[in-house]
Design a protein around this ligand. Structure first.
Ligand code: ANZ
Ligand code: ZN
Length: 819
């Protein structure tokens, strides 16, 4: 009978389920591996990207189980978020029902793929129990001063009616719906991720070599640390009075931040961000003409990204500031490229040496004063590199580094500036004006102000009876949900109606999975399990999470560590970012209509074929182009494997093979089998190039077919089935049951005799100096080897007296001669 994928797969899925084979053991003395694939959003069905992600993770998990590790390999669902609400609007179905139906369906698909997930730890982040602990974390963070409320200009998506984090704005558009994002002032809750900026940056060093370099670089740039000088400019007297300000008014001076204090003599104008307080004052007192006011308004409505993408724009404000060293009047402009929330929202512009300042100066005909020259050669009008200070009385002739230092100390001495470190990283705004999320567990009391909900009252659960129309926040519109008592004084109070950004849920799920499910009701994270299972030994997911999710999780981990919940500094010790799945050169996606449904492939060929194709088609880190004929090819290989197995006589004992007595073909077949085993060790510890491992298995199967020795075939199949089990588990289990009764023949070990070559390449050295190489049969004795070496070396030895001859096994023969 031929290969019947469906029957075999069903059988093994039942067996695994009944035996609870994939539950981690409670014995915390065993060596462990925590293998984690990023959890999915329950959109309805798995797509090929999921299949790829889980096939990689599953191969790792099964491999380490084979190796005797206690393996944690959980799955769950990132189940809060907007699509559930959009479905509610479109199909008039409650977000909860939609979400949990999808989860059920997708769990079924995962079973059909034969994924070895733990069943006891499946969680959905919308589960009230998950919300309960999450809200407790939030309150603990609040108590530690890591949460605060502020009103700020935020990215607002009109379509989704919600605030977006900067990270969720892509080219000025909402990452979810693609609508243009507008800027709007809104109150909201913020997490002080910036308190951890330096540690998040430093921690990247610990991850170096274990995370893809690209991800490390993206995080480093996102954190964006820079060192420089902050100092104050004073407005000129005239400008101060033009703004109708008292002489000692705070607004009469303003700060700038520069990373190039050595260019201070090259300042030819000052540029303020469109949101700057001086500019606001100038508007208030009517100092600004209408056209300029219009321009300011227009730019204020653009997101930072849009501004960056536009041509340099701005206007002169009819104001001047005094240069702190030269006393000259410097004109003050506003400019679209100056960010409101970086540094001090104002810059000293040095067009000769800063590219943005240069473009702006060119556009508006402003002065360009060179103050840095290259160490050799001549500078052009714009010179952005380091060099030597010129036209700068205090620092002329100094190299850039020294010149910077000198200016900083001079400013510090004069008490007009100070050395500062700035970060691009902003505090994380987590407020969303949506229903399907975790409510922020805060209460507004008319007497006590903002008060966290009592821990005993958690979770603050979502009401079921809401009307979701897509307009406004359903929690806010609910007739009674927000009415509550103040946890502090008991008066009538009002609940916060904002819910948390879903990234708050995904930042700690890895720790929750690791917690013993028997304790899930009673604690958020049980200590013993945290100590044992964390950190994640192998985290697998898409590169699109390089910044957001991975940074927030790292932040959570450090906070949880400081609260005493988790050990170690980092949540994910090793990261593998998988490439996209493409079809006809484009990313497979519903909107492009170029998807291949995993269910269809499973139906037609079986899960093992789908898994084999996915792991064979490309190394996991690279893009994978869908290819129907390669799917067929994977299916054919499994058929071949199945057919070849039928000629092997089942046995309960592994044959003992005397390698030396084998024929050339037999030796070759064994070599190919053990080469595949060697590859497996490499693949799981370093490269993850499953494609090379599969190719090695294919070669081995071919080589086994080209020889007749039953023992070699039996042993070869034993090794091959073991190697293939993590990749195509159903067929591998089936065949190893048929052939070996699933007997455990012990650990797979590389056999050194298999790799020994029939001939040896040896060097000949004379008085330690290499003279030649030669080949001898490997079964010769030492004396025979030396006498052969003598013949090869005769032209150097000639009539010389040999004092000593030394054979260094498998390496060389050295002759020590006189003269
Ligand atoms: C003068 C100067 C001369 C600058 C020069 C650079 C080169 P990073 O490395 O990103 O920290 N800057 C400061 N605040 C800014 C803001 N709010 N919006 C836009 N640009 C701002 O860059 C720091 C540099 O970016 C600062 O150093 C400042 O320009 C500008 F040859 O000052 B520099
Ligand atoms: Zn109160």
């Amino acid at each position: 009978m031929g290969y019947e994928a469906k029957k075999i797969e069903k059988k093994w899925q039942e067996i695994w389920k009944n035996n609870k084979e994939f539950e981690p053991k409670e014995d915390y003395t065993l060596p462990k591996k925590y293998i984690l694939s990023m959890f999915p959003y329950p959109s309805g069905r798995l797509h090929m990207g999921h299949v790829r992600n889980y096939s990689i993770g599953d191969a790792c998990a099964r491999f380490y189980r084979q190796q005797g590790f206690n393996v944690l390999h959980p799955i769950g669902f990132d189940s809060f978020g907007m699509p559930a609400e959009n479905a509610a609007i479109k199909h008039k179905i409650h977000p909860r029902i939609w979400t949990y139906e999808n989860i059920d369906y997708m769990l079924g698909e995962m079973d059909l793929l034969g994924l070895s997930f733990s069943k006891e730890r499946v969680l959905a982040t919308s589960d009230p129990l998950y919300t309960k602990w999450e809200q407790e974390f939030f309150i603990k963070m609040y108590e530690r001063g890591l949460v605060y409320q502020k009103s700020a200009i935020v990215n607002w998506c009109e379509h989704d009616q919600t605030v977006l984090a900067n990270e969720q704005v892509e080219d000025g558009c909402c990452w979810r719906c693609g609508n243009t994002v507008i800027q709007r002032e809104m109150p909201g809750y913020y997490l002080k991720i910036t308190d951890y900026a330096d540690e998040l940056l430093e921690g990247l060093k610990e991850l170096s070599g274990h995370w893809p370099q690209q991800v490390l670089t993206m995080q480093e740039n996102w954190i964006g640390k820079s060192n420089g000088l902050e100092f104050k400019f004073n407005l000129s007297e005239q400008s101060c009075s033009a703004l109708k300000l008292e002489e000692n008014s705070e607004l009469c001076s303003f700060s700038v931040f520069t990373t190039r204090p050595d260019t201070i003599y090259g300042v030819s104008y000052i540029a303020l961000s469109p949101e700057h307080s001086i500019l606001r004052r100038a508007l208030e007192v009517g100092l600004i003409d209408e056209a300029t006011a219009e321009k300011i308004k227009k730019i204020q409505n653009q997101s930072p990204k849009e501004r960056q993408a536009s041509a340099k724009d701005g206007a002169f404000l009819n104001l001047y500031a005094t240069h702190p060293l030269t006393g000259e009047n410097v004109p003050i402009w506003f400019a679209n490229f100056v960010l409101a929330d970086y540094g001090s929202g104002a810059i000293m512009a040095v067009p000769a040496h800063d590219e943005r300042d240069y473009e702006f100066a060119k556009a508006f005909g402003l002065e360009i004063k060179p103050v840095v020259a290259p160490e050799v050669g001549e500078a052009s009008e714009f010179y952005g590199e380091y060099g030597v200070a010129i036209n700068s009385p205090l620092i002329n002739g100094l190299k850039t580094e020294a010149a910077k230092e000198k200016i900083i100390s001079e400013f510090e001495r004069l008490k007009i500036g100070k050395r500062v470190t700035n970060y691009k990283l902003r505090d994380w705004g987590i407020s969303r004006q949506r229903y399907w999320g975790a409510p922020i567990p805060m209460v507004h009391c008319p007497h006590c102000g903002l008060v966290p909900e009592s821990v005993e009252n958690l979770p603050v659960a979502l009401p079921d009876d809401v009307e979701i129309t897509g307009e406004g926040n359903p929690l806010d519109k609910h007739p009674s949900w927000k009415e509550c008592k103040c946890p502090k004084c008991g008066s009538d109070a009002v609940r916060e109606t904002d819910t948390m950004d879903t990234f708050f849920q995904s930042n700690w799920y890895y720790a929750r999975y690791a917690s013993d499910p028997k304790t899930w009701e009673s604690v958020a994270l049980d200590k013993k399990s945290m100590q044992y299972w964390l950190g994640v030994d192998r985290y697998i997911g898409g590169i699109e999470h390089a910044i957001l999710h991975l940074l927030y999780s790292r932040f959570f981990h450090k906070v949880a560590r400081d609260m005493g919940y988790v050990p170690g500094n980092e949540p994910f010790l090793n990261l593998l970012t998988q490439g996209m799945v493409l079809k006809d050169g484009a990313k497979m996606s519903k909107s492009k209509g170029n998807t291949v449904d995993p269910d269809e492939i499973i139906n037609k060929y079986g899960a093992d074929t789908a898994r084999l194709f996915i792991l064979f088609a490309a190394p996991p880190q690279k893009e994978l182009e869908w290819n129907d004929s390669a799917v067929e090819g994977a299916f054919r290989f499994l058929n071949r494997l199945y057919d070849r197995a039928s000629v092997i006589t089942p046995t309960k004992i592994l044959p003992q093979i005397e390698h030396a007595s084998l024929s050339k073909e037999e030796k070759y077949a064994r070599l190919k089998v053990y080469e595949a085993l060697k590859k497996a060790n490499e693949v799981y510890s370093e490269t993850f190039a499953f494609n090379t491992l599969i190719a090695a298995c294919m070669e081995a199967l071919n080589a086994l077919g080209a020889q007749q020795n039953a023992d070699v075939s039996t042993e070869g199949f034993w090794v091959l089935l073991n190697l293939l089990e993590p990749i195509v588990p159903h067929i591998a289990c089936e065949l190893s049951e048929e052939l070996f009764g699933r007997a455990n023949f012990g650990k797979l070990e590389l056999k050194s005799e298999v790799f020994e070559k029939d001939s040896l390449n040896l060097a000949i050295t004379i008085n330690g100096k290499k003279r030649a190489e030669f080949e001898v049969a490997s079964n010769l004795s030492e004396d025979e080897i030396i006498s052969q070496a003598k013949i090869v070396a005769s032209k150097w030895l000639e009539a010389k007296e040999i004092i000593k001859q030394i054979y260094v096994k498998n390496k060389l023969v050295n002759f020590v001669i006189k003269g």
